[in-house]
Design a protein around this ligand. Structure first.
Ligand code: GLU
Length: 473
């Protein structure tokens, strides 16, 4: 990338897409249609600040593809939001959903604000007004376009969105399905908060269980004892660190925007978050060494590096310094196409964002289904399964004359509740997607990297669905 040309995230996505098209058999017209963003809505609206000032807010919603309805994708609140970024993120949503077989088109929204600089009341006004603008233009609804959390947003914002939508659409029976990532009390699903981080963990665990792949990287099988660096301690990064630590891996470094900390014996993300809350920074965590810049963490020696914050953090400039064997893209677009070239030369395996972080949208899909069915997962079968298990166990004990331990009894008897079903649906989704992409990659020795294989898989699915529609007006 030359100094004159500013970085374009959308262009990076297009380049990765183009790199994959030669491994597919589709007409250029269909490929162009898949690549294009169908609808781009740019808006401006005023908000009255707490001090009485009027500020004009810049915001976007981009629907990249309607090959399946509704469109789906988060809303981010960040200073860095711009049309190019939202278009890139909306495109990634289409490919992400296709790869994990979630029947949605891709979309994304963004509001150009730093949420830290606004009061809760101001944020509520901005979120509600943004929702009202989407309603006016028919850009939101359970069958149209369904937002979700992203960088800088969470349950709280989703609760404001559903409440605003429902109040503007009285009597709409499926109104709760207009947004996902809601609090449980507002129609959310158990397991959504940790979904992206848990999906990243399931995806990488599957890669680490592949003998051939690990042999090539010179790593032992499994995640246990692997050293991990996580950049970004938001919802996604926090849960990544938690699930890897619980599986016996060592999280040796954590990075946030104020800096990074390193500890060879491993860090506990929960304690680090407590320390950050108390002191306002992750730095000076007892027993850890401070790293001056958060980006220094990306260059530490480790087995698995997990960028879990924003795009374009590993590029042509710093990719040559990356020492990890595996880069797991928990964020959207953390590595540029230039970084991909470097990784291919150095034999670093980059597990791409567009499937690795699909856990969020997968569980959003489960939430949306719950909202349309108006029934909690597990409600119908939990008791029945427990009664059945109890009966089977009773028969086995009677016939064998032996009794199982109380711990085993509890485990065998347990009927699935909502979180069990959501986690198991997510685990199955991530394992199958990993295997599918690997098999596409290994089926053609010309495919240079896992990202290209993921694009090939996504393009084939989206193009098939266009071809099945059969009509272009
Ligand atoms: N913002 C998340 C993503 O980038 C989740 C999107 C969703 O659940 O719709 O995948």
């Amino acid at each position: 990338m030359s100094a004159q040309q500013p970085y374009s995230f959308f262009h990076s996505v297009e380049r990765s897409f183009d790199k994959a098209t030669k491994f597919t058999k589709w007409d250029s017209g269909i490929l162009e249609q898949i690549k294009a963003c169908n609808s781009v809505y740019q808006m401006r609206f005023p908000v009255k600040r707490d001090n009485g000032d009027i500020e004009v807010i810049e915001a976007y919603r981009v629907q990249h593809s309607q090959h399946k309805s509704p469109c789906k994708g988060g809303i981010r609140f960040s200073d860095e939001v711009n049309q190019d970024e939202v278009m890139a993120l909306a495109s990634l949503m289409t490919y992400k959903c296709a790869i994990v077989n979630v029947p949605f088109g891709g979309a994304k929204g963004g509001i150009k604000i730093n949420p830290r600089k606004y009061s809760e009341y101001e944020l509520e006004k901005i979120t509600r007004r943004y929702t009202a603008e989407l309603v006016k233009k028919n850009f939101i609804g359970p069958g149209i376009d369904v937002p979700a959390p992203d960088y800088g947003t969470g349950e709280r914002e989703m609760a404001w969105i559903v409440d605003t939508y429902a109040s503007l659409k009285p009597g709409e029976i499926d109104a709760a399905g207009c947004v996902t990532g809601k609090p449980i009390t507002q129609g959310g699903v158990r397991g959504r908060t940790e979904a992206t981080g848990l999906g990243v963990f399931f995806g990488i665990r599957e890669v680490c269980n592949m003998e051939e792949v690990m042999k090539k990287l010179g790593l032992p099988l499994g995640v246990k004892d692997k050293t991990i660096v996580v950049q970004g301690l938001g919802n996604v990064g926090y849960h990544c660190a938690k699930f890897f630590r619980e599986a016996g891996a060592k999280v040796v470094a954590l990075a946030e925007y104020e800096g990074a900390i390193y500890c060879a014996d491993g860090l506990n993300e929960e304690d680090v978050v407590k320390h950050r809350k108390a002191t306002g920074s992750i730095l000076n965590y007892p027993g850890a060494t401070n790293l001056a810049k958060n980006t220094d963490a990306l260059e530490l020696a480790c087995d698995i590096l997990i960028p879990a914050a924003l795009e374009n953090v590993i590029n042509g400039d710093n990719a040559p310094n990356v020492k990890a064997k595996i880069v797991g893209e928990a964020a959207n677009g953390p590595c540029t196409p230039e970084a991909d070239e470097v990784f291919a030369q150095k034999g670093i395996l980059c597990v791409p964002d567009m499937y690795l972080n699909a856990g969020g949208v997968t569980v959003s899909y489960f939430e949306w289904l719950k909202n349309l069915s108006h029934v909690r997962y597990g409600r119908m079968e939990k008791r029945f399964t427990e009664n059945l298990n109890s009966h089977i166990l009773g028969q086995i004990e009677e016939l064998s004359g032996k009794r199982v331990s109380d711990k085993e009894r509890e485990f065998i008897m347990h009927g699935p509740d909502e979180q069990d079903l959501v986690h198991s649906g997510l685990e199955e989704t991530m394992i199958s997607a990993t295997r599918e992409i690997m098999s596409v990659w290994h089926s053609n020795p010309e495919i240079p990297d896992m990202r290209t294989a993921a694009y090939v898989s996504a393009i084939n699915k989206v193009a098939t669905s266009y071809a099945e529609l059969g009509i272009f007006p």
